[in-house]
Write a protein that binds this ligand. Structure first.
Ligand code: FES
Length: 96
């Protein structure tokens, strides 16, 4: 199962397999999102979901319940559960 991910405002798109973090799924196709710890602690990758469903794969990701309610996620430890749109102003593409 894989889901479509659209990154705004750049309009970059890629597919994310179930079981693959959004950060790694992006990197698989040359899309680089801000990151540092890659384990849900540092919040460097913090971004906001505009549409769709995302789950965190660790029990205590570094986002508060309030932030999660507003759609904030940590893509290094999050996976898509539907087609999604996320805001990542600093996303860059090193693909073709
Ligand atoms: S890279 Fe540190 S929380 Fe995602």
């Amino acid at each position: 199962m894989s889901y479509s991910v659209l990154i705004q405002p750049s309009g970059l798109r890629f597919n994310a397999e179930a079981g693959r973090s959004l950060l790694r799924a992006a990197e698989d196709v040359g899309v680089v999102l801000p990151s540092s710890c890659r384990n849900g602690t540092c919040r460097t990758c913090l971004c906001q979901v505009r549409e769709g469903s995302v789950v965190h794969t660790i029990e205590w990701p570094g986002v508060t319940r309030e932030e999660r309610a507003e759609g904030w996620i940590l893509p290094c430890v999050a996976e898509a559960r539907s087609d999604i749109v996320i805001d990542v102003p600093l996303a860059a593409s090193f693909g073709d």
